[in-house]
Write a protein that binds this ligand. Structure first.
Ligand code: FPP
Ligand code: FPP
Ligand code: MG
Ligand code: MG
Length: 416
């Protein structure tokens, strides 16, 4: 049976729980004003969340590119549907710490059911914050699609989209308060601050910042990594506290028992989250950057630019660089090899001669290849991190850990 299990989608482990989370999300965004309710529900409706992918084409590129790119099927889908909730729920199981076996079974069960539902609540809050930021992002980017359907600003207008984002954020706060845990509140409040900081950093760059790997990494942490990383920490925090509670309960009943305490301290669980997510999240982002160029898994490094789809996605990408002001890893690496590229980037890509020159540099550089190598290195660091999780031979825990290892592979082999 293990052979069959290995081939299963790692995320199938949390499939049932995901639909529970989706149901609860829908009920959490009910509002008194019908217009606001339907706006807020928009992304939590049945059917829509089943195929949550990134907008087919990134926003803010010239509209003729939308049609072209759609026409030749160069999409920017995110295959890791629901990736946020899945990772959070897998992490919740993977971080399970053994509670004293001597504790009455019923007591352990009650504690773990309670813990799980609090951890699910973190997944819901995280998704609400994420969607709120996407609603605002689409207003800022003037996007017309999101997750494969019309974006809310496109369907209902900017004003309602902004309000719907605010509303989701406030519902997330209400849910957060209900957990009655101020450390968890701090972690998720920090996420919101980071999202705003990252978005602002992206909007206001100098030429030097645009070409700095350090600035790019910092911005990426704020805009992308902080959400998943701090939410996982919240999940770890709840697990650590529950383990402590159960150990303390046990100690009170059997005064002579102490040794277990040492293996389950909270900071350790939080650190474990970082050891996996920092390299894992970075690998995810690096591959995202590669896919911006290639659109498919076919490597630009090896290939020619003759494939029309490549040329289109590259050209499109350079438009988005010009508009978003962010130069990503492949270009940064290419710039190391060909410092002249810096001038081209600085001049911008509104003229097609510059686009061609930049493409040429990238094509003859090892930019794409080096980005992939860097991603692979970090993915293996992430998967090694799972081995450092506290020993636990529970079947579910083991399976969730294997799924997280499998995820690091998917992150670097994904083609869209
Ligand atoms: C998507 O980026 C945008 C984000 C990940 C965050 C945007 C954050 C804000 C707008 C700050 C407001 C935050 C809250 C919580 C209300 P993208 O435009 O590069 O990618 P995409 O549009 O293709 O997904
Ligand atoms: C949202 O995806 C995805 C993110 C905000 C990126 C989070 C990154 C990871 C979970 C990578 C972690 C990987 C490892 C190996 C640690 P979504 O599917 O919800 O898409 P959306 O943009 O439509 O919301
Ligand atoms: Mg956007
Ligand atoms: Mg944006």
């Amino acid at each position: 049976s293990t052979a069959v299990e290995e081939q299963l989608d790692p995320f199938s482990l949390v499939a049932d729980e995901l639909s529970l989370v989706a149901d609860r999300l829908r009920s959490m965004v009910v509002a008194e004003v019908p217009k606001l309710a339907s706006a807020a529900e928009y992304f939590f409706k049945l059917g829509v969340e089943g195929k949550r992918f990134r907008p087919t084409v990134r926003s803010s590129c010239p509209s003729e590119f939308h049609a072209l790119l759609n026409g030749c099927n160069v999409g920017y889908y995110n295959v890791e549907d629901h990736v946020l909730e899945k990772v959070l729920l897998l992490m919740a199981t993977a971080l399970n710490v053994s509670v004293p076996r001597q504790l009455p079974v019923a007591a352990v069960d009650t504690l773990s059911v309670e813990l799980r539902s609090r951890q699910q609540c973190i997944a819901e809050i995280t998704e609400m914050i994420h969607v709120a930021s996407l609603l605002h992002d689409d207003v800022l980017d003037d996007a017309d699609t999101r997750r494969g359907i019309g974006s809310l600003n496109f369907v209902m207008g900017n004003k309602l989209a902004v309000l719907a984002g605010d509303f989701l954020l406030s519902r997330a706060c209400v849910a957060l308060a209900s957990l009655k845990n101020t450390e968890v509140v701090s972690l998720l409040a920090k996420v919101v601050e980071h999202l705003v900081t990252g978005e602002t950093m992206q909007m206001t760059t100098t030429s030097d910042q645009r070409c700095s790997m350090e600035y790019y990494m910092q911005k990426t942490y704020y805009k992308t990594a902080s959400l998943i990383s701090n939410s996982c920490k919240a999940i770890a925090l709840l697990a650590g506290q529950t383990a402590e509670v159960s150990i303390l309960a046990y100690e009170r009943s059997t005064v002579w028992f102490y040794p277990l305490l040492s293996s389950v301290t909270m900071p350790t669980l939080s650190q474990l989250v970082d050891v996996y997510l920092w390299p894992g999240g970075l690998a995810f982002q690096l591959i995202d950057d590669v896919l911006d160029f290639t659109g498919t898994s076919t490597s630009l490094g090896k290939g020619s630019l003759s494939d029309i789809r490549h040329v289109l996605s590259l050209t499109f990408f350079l438009y988005s660089v010009a508009l978003s002001g962010i130069v990503t890893a492949p270009i940064l690496f290419a710039m190391e090899e060909f410092p002249e590229l810096r001038d081209v980037v600085d001049q911008g890509f509104d003229n097609s001669a510059n686009v061609d020159r930049a493409l040429e540099y990238l094509g003859k550089s090892r930019g794409i290849q080096r980005t992939r190598e860097l991603a692979a290195k970090h993915a293996s660091l992430a998967s090694a991190a799972i081995d450092s999780f506290p020993e636990n031979d529970d079947e579910d825990v083991q399976r969730s850990r294997r799924a997280l290892v499998e995820l690091t592979q998917r992150v670097i082999t994904r083609t869209k």
